[in-house]
Ligand binder design. Sequence first.
Ligand code: 13P
Ligand code: SF4
Length: 310
Amino acid sequence: MIRDIQDKILELKKKYDICILAHSYQGAEILEVADITGDSYKLSVEAAKVSNANILMCGVHFMAETAKMLSPDKRVYLANPDAGCPMAEQMDPEMIEAIKAKEPDRKVVCYINTTAALKTVCDVCVTSSSALKIVKGMDAKKILFIPDINLGTFVAEACPDKDVMLLNGGCPVHASVTEEDVLAAKAAHPNAKVLVHPECRPAVTKHCDYAGSTSGIMDYAAKSDAKEFIIGTEISIVEHLQLKYPEKKFYPMSKKIVCQNMKLTTIMDVLNSCKAIGGDADCDKHEIIMDAELIAKAKVCIDEMIRLGG
Ligand code: 13P
Ligand code: SF4
């Protein structure tokens, strides 16, 4: 049944010149039909190179918005229009402008999980896989890192020569993990390596063997000689790793790390979006429409991320 739906998607994406981008937190049945899969950094770099007329994003809204900014001549669609990222909405441009007015020499570094409107007032954008490299390489000594206080703390600790100002934002999913969760997982699996996303709290990351982005965690697990791993990020990564490396064992650090927004997109959403892009009036498509001026202003910090992070 799922195989039939997948076959139809493969047929339609070829017929209607659609490139499917899927974040690694999507289900395996969606990753299998995607052209490009990966973490936020990989998706944004690859979105700029797509040659198809249509891009279908399976992820959350800011990812589709980023793809649109990087490929403004393409038509970009979000497979499920309700899939947003709560962190992306946590701060507004006026709040940041007020800080900049008081401290004009403080450069604003924003996580890619932000709205395009917020990106217009930021100097450089980062993802979890590029944040350290980019902040370390910046000439500026004074940084305002938004919105994720946990990723910001992780960056600040690795850059003691910088004055990093943080605000109180973050990913509610990763921040739900507690020190008790990580200690309980370690007690249950004492030989496992602990791999954690830096969106988790410092009280959690301090117990890890490795902290890094989704791709960083997956690469570590692939290359490590260890046989068991506790995974401190979205629970889908535990499943993907277990499928890919059956000879190793993967345990969730906590079963609370489930992003309901990432889970909104279903394989039927992907099929219906492909049908709608092809003109089927019975199906809905959710095109990302952005003002050219907004794109021009917000894209500056994304281009800077690709220049400094490449
Ligand atoms: P990365 O894709 O950068 O690992 O970020 C994880 C995440 O929470 C995406 O929304
Ligand atoms: Fe946003 Fe967190 Fe979900 Fe990623 S995991 S989309 S940061 S809420």
